[in-house]
Design a protein around this ligand. Structure first.
Ligand code: NAD
Length: 441
């Protein structure tokens, strides 16, 4: 089978490369010529573990190709995945202009039956809108089916998530389209991946409901963390105690600086906006979003309360991407917190294993450093923002000699407080009692 993927970002490129690995011929199209030029040379334009190898393999074996020409992408493909961005508009609603533009491009170049699949996260009703857009722009009367096939991969483990997903959701109205999609995903069917076949609006809702639920779980534990701080309890143990209950589960109960990334904040906003448009206030989604915004401010407040006046202080920020194993900076709490601190007259020395260059271009004033120890030089505190593995075993003896004051803000609760305290550090984390000597000068 021949497929095309329109939009060669995190989702589109992983989709194309993984389908090529499944033995399908995949053409990846993007209107960013620079991006396609790089990919043709085997260069992946962002950091995702294992992706360069998979792209090289698919290209070498002739099953993966790249183009900027939508006509080429449409021509050969039976199935066309739309994986372009759906960023938030100023009112929070998803901007569907890229999806619609692709729909028009597909319509103008169709020469026969196509299955047109939304992989982008799109609000309920987009399948229907897309059908109308395509029908209105077709040059001839060619039959097509719309399918909603939301993507659940996580950046940092995208290939594994695509190749071994918890489920595949297929929203469609036509039996032919369902059969083609099942055929395409047969390698996953063979490893007993659950398939959920439903109508298009339901499939579209599954994605938003899932992301809103996960975001709510994070905001819930962050709210518990705030209360734990006030009563002297340990949120890590509370989360463990909750997670052992199989009805709750242990995942996504990790207190921290709040969620970021290109999905949770935007998908929550779009869900809230969908409710608003239809006359219903999505109260839980709203609360999850509000708690998350406040959590970032709370982290800045925590630093200020510990250190005192921030003017003239220097902090080492470890980790800048929104989570480990990606260079994605979109909605990264690290950047928001860095910006808030810079505003208060702080000097920020930052380090990230893969996102440093882009982060220093994004955050005015951030001093890029070569590693955690270089960042720590002359600093009043270390702020562990993103739990990259290389920050899990820091040499505190060495750090102590480099820093002005031995203080660690462990905003991902990576370390055991007493262990860090044993090195003479003040350890401040999220939802747990601080340990060590006071830092107030
Ligand atoms: P991205 O920004 O990394 O990639 C989007 C790509 O689309 C870009 O390369 C852009 O140049 C291209 N594009 C835009 N308009 C185009 C057009 N008219 N023709 C061809 N190409 C065009 O985005 P992403 O992170 O891959 O997300 C894509 C969609 O998938 C979004 O709706 C997102 O919510 C959803 N999603 C993302 C993730 C994730 O972890 N990133 C996970 C699940 C779902």
């Amino acid at each position: 089978m021949h497929i095309s993927v329109i939009g060669t970002g995190y989702v589109g490129l992983v989709t194309g490369a993984c389908f090529a690995e499944f033995g399908v011929n995949a053409t990846c199209m993007d209107n960013d010529a620079k991006r396609i030029g790089k990919l043709e040379k085997g260069e992946v334009p962002f950091y995702e573990p294992g992706l360069t190898e998979l792209v090289t393999k698919g290209s070498k074996e002739g099953r993966l190709s790249f183009t900027t020409d939508i006509a080429k992408a449409v021509e050969k493909a039976l199935v066309i995945f739309i994986a372009v961005g759906t960023p938030p508009r100023s009112d929070g609603s998803a901007d569907l202009s890229y999806v619609e533009e692709v729909g028009r491009g597909i319509a103008r170049n169709m020469t026969g039956y196509k299955v047109i699949v939304t992989k982008s996260t799109v609000p309920v009703g987009t399948g229907e809108t897309l059908r109308k857009v395509i029908t209105a722009s077709q040059s001839g009367k060619f039959r097509f089916d719309i399918v909603s096939n939301p993507e659940f991969l996580r950046e940092g483990s995208a290939i594994e998530d695509f190749m071994r997903p918890n489920r595949v959701v297929i929203g469609a109205e036509s039996e032919q389209a369902i059969a083609i999609m099942k055929d395409l995903y047969r390698p996953l069917y063979l490893i007993e991946t659950p398939f959920l076949v439903t109508d298009i609006p339901t499939a579209e809702m599954v994605k938003y409901a899932s992301n809103a639920f996960l975001a709510t779980k994070i905001s819930f534990i962050n709210e518990m963390a705030t209360l734990c701080e006030k009563v002297g309890a340990d949120v890590q143990v509370v989360a463990k105690g909750m997670g052992l209950d199989k009805r709750i589960g242990s995942k996504f109960l990790h207190a921290g600086p709040g969620f970021g990334g290109s999905c949770f904040p935007k998908d929550l906003a779009a869900l809230i906006q969908t409710g608003e448009r239809l006359g219903y206030s999505m109260q839980i989604a709203r609360a999850a979003s509000k708690v998350n915004d406040e959590q970032r401010q709370r982290m800045v407040e925590k630093i200020r309360e510990t250190i005192g006046d921030l003017t003239g202080r220097t902090f080492a920020l470890l980790g800048l991407s929104f989570k480990p194993n990606t260079n994605d900076l979109r909605e990264s709490p690290a950047l928001a917190i860095a910006q808030a601190l810079l505003k208060q007259g702080v000097t920020i020395r930052g380090y990230d294993p893969v996102a440093l260059e882009e982060a220093s271009q994004t955050v005015n004033g951030l001093i890029p450093c070569q590693d955690a120890y270089h960042a720590a030089e002359g600093s009043d505190a270390l702020i562990l923002m993103t739990e990259w593995n290389q920050f899990r075993n820091l040499d505190f003896e060495r750090l102590k000699t480099l820093m002005r004051r031995p203080v660690l803000f462990d905003l991902r609760n990576v370390y055991e407080p007493t262990k860090v305290e044993a090195f003479g550090f003040l350890h401040v984390s999220v939802g747990r009692p601080s340990k060590g000597p006071s830092a107030l000068a």
